[in-house]
Design a protein around this ligand. Structure first.
Ligand code: HEC
Length: 147
């Protein structure tokens, strides 16, 4: 066997072996009334936008794509989810006090307006999560109705 073939074979074995080191999935059993979209009675078009563009990182329920499960991508995805949830977890919304909520809502609006969220590195691969100008407007207008 040539050196190239041996090297490729070893690399392949490594890629297969690291598949056993997958992070646990971020999937809870059920959505609780503490959830942002439920607690704030979001209309269904707003629910869809948040679920599609934010919830895979900022909630207890990630919908994984097949390629999100392949290591090392799975590690990157897991890292994003942990960091995102430590800052903002939409599944625990109702447990925040109202002053915090007001602050978070304005942060959400700013992040969307400035195209910082959803993370550009995420929308590069998950293009359906990218918000159009119209969708951003829909979200922002609804956010302003929250008391
Ligand atoms: C790919 C995962 C991912 C997606 C999708 C995503 N975020 Fe984030 N978000 C993060 C990470 C990681 C951070 C923390 C690091 C940072 O601020 O860049 C963050 C930070 C934030 C913050 C700042 C919180 C704070 O206290 O600093 C807000 C607000 C936010 N995201 C809102 C959203 C909204 C709204 C959406 C959907 C439109 C969204 N994010 C989509 C990963 C994500």
């Amino acid at each position: 066997m040539s050196l190239l073939k041996k090297t490729l074979l070893i690399l392949l074995l490594i890629v297969v072996a690291i598949q056993f080191y997958r992070p646990n999935k971020n999937v809870q059993k059920e959505v609780t009334p503490d959830d942002f979209l439920i607690a704030q009675k979001a209309p269904s078009y707003v629910k869809d936008l948040f679920k599609n563009s934010c919830y895979n990182c900022h909630s207890d329920y990630t919908e994984y794509y097949w390629y999100d499960n392949i290591v090392p991508a799975a590690w990157i995805v897991d890292g994003h989810i942990k960091e995102a949830k430590s800052k903002l977890n939409f599944s625990e919304w109702a447990t925040k006090d109202s002053r915090d909520k007001a602050g978070i809502i304005s942060e959400i609006a700013i992040n969307i307006m400035e195209n910082k969220m959803p993370l550009p590195s995420y929308t590069m691969i998950h293009s359906n999560a990218k918000l159009s100008e119209y969708e951003k407007k829909q979200i922002l207008e609804w956010l302003y109705t929250i008391e």
